[in-house]
Design a protein around this ligand. Structure first.
Ligand code: GLV
Ligand code: MN
Ligand code: MN
Length: 418
């Protein structure tokens, strides 16, 4: 391990110790731990000689400016929010490695033909408001002001949470980097799947990101006494959900080569063992690399939910929280990344489609994107067992330095920055 890799490991451990929970890692958007983590990242950026600011959505933005007057922006980014009971690599690895990329440019006094930005996005997981990519959507100019009325589990609106954190909601639109100023976007992320482990390789080029939809579904039945209500006279909202969950699993299994569906969050009310549940709300997360299939399955599942509700005399409300089409990574950036992996003597170079969502999804609406995946042990992620070997981090960082050299020297830059 060299100094840079050691510092990456140290910093991953530092961020991994900043949590709202004592028993696990949890840093939802704009909680105490999230704010503390953002401050820590900002300090690291400052120590790498970057100009740093926090924008209205809590994105931490470091910039190392080019001396060229017409320079565009190249952004390296990832997120610092987490799921509940998270690992310490999902998100932070890409931010911390980005800072090391800048550090080398400073240490070697390399002249930049573009402004190099490191952005630590405030929300990628969407764990608090069930709307992923809040941070990157603001940077891409795609933030929908209707989202401000969304509520977290305690009833706080996104609007109020932003204000409480001292930010100005009106400034969200000012977070955007205009389309004409972008050169490109690069994200380093753990793979969160088993392909690199099976291929025994440290890194891979990402070629695409799957389409994703998130739905909130509410079921309304009737609360009742668990001891006295005969089975045929109940309107048990939870039984409706149970039937729907199995239907979602069945259709996903039918398309298992191309589609996954998950109900990961479920609130049962009144959540008491001797009361028939009168109200249940739950999430549905569906992903596929095939946009059309995703649309069709969504329609089928909505019909299924309504049919189950009718049969069981329940009310069912279906609300789409988020819907993003699949994304293809930029060909030119991908070619440059591939040649950097070759130069790093990593053989063979493979391409992987991402089933997980990344901030690159939002940024792709405004700029060309590329992503590098780094192997994680047994493909485990969204789990405290998430682990990436320091040797793989070292190889990934070396690849990133070579990629940056190529970016700095490439025609792509000189053609667009002058
Ligand atoms: C983020 O990790 C997602 O894919 O949901
Ligand atoms: Mn992530
Ligand atoms: Mn994640």
């Amino acid at each position: 391990m060299n100094t840079q890799t050691e510092r990456i490991i140290d910093r991953l451990n530092v961020l991994g110790s900043i949590s709202d929970e004592e028993s696990c890692i949890s840093r939802f958007f704009m909680t105490n731990a999230h704010v503390i983590a953002g401050k820590m990242i900002s300090d690291w950026m400052i120590s790498a000689k970057m100009e740093v600011r926090k924008d209205a959505l809590g994105n931490i933005r470091g910039i190392l400016r080019s001396k060229h007057s017409k320079a565009k922006h190249f952004v390296i980014g990832s997120h610092y929010d987490t799921v509940f009971n998270a690992g310490k690599y999902d998100g932070p690895l890409g931010i911390i490695m980005g800072i090391e990329i800048v550090q080398r440019i400073i240490d070697e006094d390399i002249e930049l033909p573009f402004h190099l930005n490191i952005i630590a996005f405030a929300d990628e997981e969407g764990a608090r408001f069930n709307t992923a990519y809040l941070g990157s959507s603001a940077i891409a100019g795609n933030f929908d002001s209707k989202w401000l009325q969304r509520k977290d589990d305690k009833g706080a609106t996104l609007h109020d949470v932003i204000i409480k954190n001292g930010s100005l909601v009106d400034s969200i639109t000012k977070s955007m980097i205009p389309k004409k100023d972008w050169l490109g976007y690069f994200e380093i992320h753990i793979e969160q799947g088993p392909v690199l482990c099976n291929a025994d390789l440290p890194v891979a080029v990402v070629n695409s990101i799957a389409a994703q939809a998130r739905v909130n579904i509410k079921w309304e039945g009737t609360n009742g006494h668990a001891g006295t209500s005969p089975m045929h006279l109940r309107n048990d909202a939870f039984c409706g959900v149970a039937e729907f969950a199995l239907a979602a699993e069945e259709i996903a299994v039918l398309h298992k080569e191309q589609l996954v569906a998950t109900i990961g969050k479920c609130n049962v009310s009144p959540n008491t063992s001797n009361v028939i549940p009168g109200h249940v709300s739950h999430s549905l997360d569906i992903r596929s690399p095939n946009d059309q299939l995703l649309t069709e399955v969504m329609a089928t599942l909505k019909e299924k939910a309504l049919a189950i509700a009718k049969k069981r005399q329940l009310q069912c409300q279906w609300k789409i929280m988020q819907s993003n089409a699949s994304v293809t990574c930029d060909h030119k950036l991908k070619t440059m990344l591939t040649s950097s992996i070759v130069k790093a003597n990593i053989n063979p170079v493979i391409e992987i489609p991402s089933g997980a969502g990344h901030d690159g999804v939002m940024i792709s609406k405004i700029a060309p994107i590329a992503m590098l995946f780094v192997r994680c042990k047994d493909g485990i992620s969204h789990n405290p067992k998430e682990y990436t070997n320091p040797k793989d981090i070292h190889e990934a960082l070396n690849t990133c330095h070579l990629f940056m050299n190529t970016m700095i020297q490439s025609n792509l830059i000189t053609n667009t920055s002058t």
